[in-house]
Structures are given as C-alpha cells and as structure tokens.
Write a protein that binds this ligand. Structure first.
Ligand code: PLP
Length: 493
C-alpha cells in the first residue's frame, strides 16, 4: 500500500517512509492511497480479542512492510504501560451514551494511545529504510502531545526529541509534567505566544532547507511526532474499532447497528481517525465534532467555509485552542476524491489569506457525515458540575465540551442513536478548572491541587500525576518563535 501527499498525489512512498518522514517534502500530509475494508464478520470476530490483538489486526492492514509478529511485539510493549488491561475502557453513562476513556496511559491524556506506539513504529521504519542518521523529532504542543511524546521517546535509540509549548497556553500540571521529564535525549522549551505560534514556528523549521543541510552534516534528520505523522493517526483508528467491538461484546448494540461518535476536537487527528474507521466499515452514522469557543470547525463543517481570521480564545480546554486544524487536510483529500490540486489550492489560500471555501460537492459531503457544535467555558463548567452531581462521574474540561455538544446535537436533531463520547484526558490534568467547576474557590498551590481534588471527590488520582510532587523541573528556557531555529541547534549540542 502506498501513501500519497495530499498536495501532490504523484509523490508516493511506503508506510515506513511515511512514518520516518512525518510530513511530505511539499508540505502535504502523507495519506493512504486506499482504505482497507473490514467486513461485519471481521468486526464480530474482534469481539473476543484483547485491545492489543485488535491493534495488530487493524494496523497490519495498513502496514504491509511490517510483519504481524513485529506488530504484536509493539502492541504488547506500547499498551503494557496502561493502568488497566482494557487499555481503552468503554464506560456506560446512561442508557444510550458510552464514554470511551482514552487516558489510562502514562501521561493521562489520549495522546498516549498513539505516542506509546509511534516510537516502535518509527524505530522499525528507520531500520527498514536503512537510515544511518538520528531522528530529531520536533514537537509543537498545545499541552498533552509534548508530554506524551517525551514519555514515548525518552531514551529510545537513534532519536532526539525536542518539545515546544506555548508559554501561557498550558495548565500548571501540564507544564510540570513536561519540565520534569527524565531521559538523556529530551529537550523542552517554552515559546512566547499561543499554540498556533508554536506550530507555525515548528512547521517553518521543517521547510527550512538550509537548516536541514546543517543538521544532516551533524548526523540528524528532522521528523515529527505531531498528529500530521501517519504513525499517530493509525493507532487512533484502532480504538474506534475496539469501542464498537466492545459494544457488540457486551450486547449494547445489535450486529451492524449504527452509533454516533462525539469527539472533542483540536487539530482534527482524533475525529479523522473516527472518519477512517467509518470508511473501513465500522457502522458510525454521524461524526459529531465538538469545539470550544475557538469554533472555526463548527462554522466550517456547517458552511464549507474555513476562516481562521477571528479572535483566538484561551480556554479551560487548551488542547482545543486551535484555529488551524492540520489534519483536516487529509479529510479534504479523501472527500474530494484525492484531488490533490484542489487541496493544495485550499492550503495555499489558508496560508495567504487565512481562509478557503471547499467545492459545493465537498461541502455537501461534510454536512452529511458530520455534525458540529461548540461549548464555551461557562457551559464546560456546568457540564463538569452536573456530571459529578448527577452521575458521580468526574470528567475533564475537554470531555465536558464533548458531552455538552452531544446534548445540543440530540436536542436539535432528535437523533437518539447510541453515542460514544470520547474522553481525552484525566480530570486530574486540569485540577484548577475542575475544582472551580465543582464550586471550590480556595485552590491549593500547584500540584497540591491533586490531593485537594482527591479529598473532595474520593476519586483516586492516576499514579503518574500523584507522583509529580516528588519531582523538580529540569527545563526553564523560553524563546520567541523567531528564535526557534537557533534554539533547536542549541538543544542538539
Ligand atoms: C489533543 C487533545 C485533543 C484534541 O485532539 P485532536 O486530535 O488534536 O483533535 C482533545 N483533548 C485533549 C485532552 C487532547 O490532549
């Protein structure tokens, strides 16, 4: 199976090359030329499999250059670090709503689902490509990716990992998680500005040919662990298929019965994986895209017009504070019938004017497949509070946005089909917001909020977060986005 650039489909490569490279040289995203199909019977067979076996089954259909035994080894190691054998448990919330908890990995956010796997895929890809150089992995993070990538790649042979986070855009706990990271091949640095500034700065480095040459002389090549890397998207497809298998295993839905999924969305990687699962044959009816006040996607999915020229809000769901959702490009490539020329045009217009409008045909497909809504901070707080009071279920702000948008969708459409709400972070990553929503006005300092929340709710904090109070920060640097190149060279010394 080949992978094509979304901006020029004559550029094609193997899975191992796509994963090693991260991004296509022309700035496009490497995307599978065809999507494998799963029959309803194959889905039934998966009922009895473990999460790891499901991962091998699904990933194997995309990774022809990897053997099943290789993938089994990766899955065992990647998901052996989770705090529950189910890996991604599906929790019934009410009669027809299920919450897919994706935060049982070592950094307590859904990014672990892919970033515990990616290092194995990347290392094996480097070997298959006979690559001699060390991979220098650059990450722009809105908070969770950075820590998950650091934890996944720490002390992985032939890799260096450098993480840039927006100085004022992450929670105290997220910041501490990153600045206390252990490992000999890691670096962490703050960037002045918001996530888009950090992401734009990092993207610019990828297209800096002079820097590439300088790095090559020193034995490095650039790679990406952001969700533009196919090795990030692929492991995410697995949990949608796994969730459906769970619904079947427990008899919650009949064979072939359709469900909706509601996904708290930022860079569009998570919901894109749900779209791919749907195209592969999982009976997903509606993909419901949940945004916070940065509702660029809500408008886009409803009108077909993308416009990032709007105020940027810093919200209590920072991983969704994004106005340029990179992975949307892969969806447009698919929905336009792989019209890479059209996609290149949209992306050029986005870069130059901050806006583009898709063709009427693509616009119609978007409206058929997706529903979209948004929820501001006040609504997020209300949802956290009512979930706790009515169901004793403690949820983080990102997950609350999704629950609220599902509620709006059901009220507006009357569609009461069973729905899977994707839960993307442990509430303990966002103690200040969650405690505030529960009515606490006197917040403890820093990591002490973790104990404060444990005492208030009786819900135990995940171990890696409870252990933060024993750690001291290692990384203090802060730079502007113009200084990023210099900073990369400095950190590689
Ligand atoms: C990354 C992240 C999101 C957004 O996911 P995308 O794949 O970027 O759309 C939502 N919630 C949390 C907690 C995240 O870490």
């Amino acid at each position: 199976m080949y992978y094509l650039s979304t901006r020029d489909k004559s550029l094609r490569c193997t899975a191992a090359q796509a994963i090693a490279q991260g991004l296509s040289r022309d700035g496009g995203l490497l995307t599978p030329a065809v999507l494998p199909r799963l029959s309803q019977n194959a889905l039934e067979d998966m009922k009895e499999m473990s999460y790891q076996q499901r991962a091998v089954y699904v990933m194997g259909s995309y990774l022809e250059d990897f053997t099943a035994s290789e993938l089994s080894g990766f899955a065992a190691k990647a998901y052996g670090t989770f705090d529950t054998p189910e890996v991604a448990p599906l929790r019934p919330v009410d009669g027809n709503t299920y919450c897919l908890e994706l935060w049982h990995g070592p950094t307590c956010a859904f990014k672990d689902m892919a970033l515990q796997m990616l290092p194995y895929l990347l290392s094996a890809s480097l070997e298959k490509n006979a690559e001699k150089k060390t991979a220098c992995i650059l990450v722009a993070t809105s908070g969770d990716t950075g820590k998950a990538a650091l934890e996944g790649f720490k002390d992985v042979d032939k890799t260096r990992i450098l993480v840039f986070y927006p100085r004022d855009g992450v929670s105290q706990i997220q910041k501490l998680q990153m600045t206390t990271q252990e490992g000999g091949n890691v670096g962490v640095c703050a960037v002045e500005g918001n996530f888009d500034d950090a992401q734009t700065g990092v993207k610019r480095i990828f297209s800096d040919e002079a820097l590439r040459e300088k790095l090559a002389e020193r034995g490095f090549f650039l790679s990406s662990a952001n969700s533009i890397n196919w090795g990030r998207v692929l492991p995410q497809i697995v949990y949608y298929i796994s969730a459906y298998s769970e619904l079947r295993r427990t008899g919650a839905v009949e064979k072939g019965a359709a469900v909706n999924v509601c996904v708290p969305t930022g860079n569009f990687g998570n919901i894109l994986a749900a779209y791919y699962a749907r195209q592969m044959g999982v009976p997903i009816a509606r993909l419901i895209c949940a945004s916070n006040s940065n509702n660029v996607l809500t408008d886009f999915l409803q009108t077909g017009a993308y416009n990032r020229n709007r105020p940027f809000y810093t919200t209590m769901s920072p991983s969704m504070d994004i106005l340029i959702s990179s992975n949307l490009e892969r969806l447009l490539f698919d929905l336009s019938g792989q019209d890479s020329q059209a996609v290149a045009g949209y992306m050029q217009s986005l870069a130059e004017e901050g806006r583009y409008t898709v063709s009427p045909l693509v616009g119609r497909k978007l409206r058929e497949l997706f529903a979209a809504g948004f929820c501001d901070d006040a609504g997020t707080q209300r949802m956290i509070s009512s979930m706790w009071r009515e169901r004793e279920y403690l949820i983080d702000p990102h997950t609350a946005v999704a629950f609220d948008v599902l509620k709006q969708y059901r009220e507006q459409s009357g569609d009461q089909a069973p729905a899977v709400v994707v839960s993307t972070a442990s509430p303990y990553k966002f103690c200040d917001s969650v405690l505030g929503a529960l009515g606490v006005t006197e917040l403890a300092q820093g990591v002490d909020m973790i104990e404060q929340m444990e005492q208030l709710t009786g819900v135990a904090a995940p171990r890696p977060l409870a252990d933060l109070k024993k750690k001291t920060p290692r990384f203090q640097d802060s730079v502007t986005k113009e200084q990023l190149v210099e900073q990369v060279m400095k950190m590689l010394n």
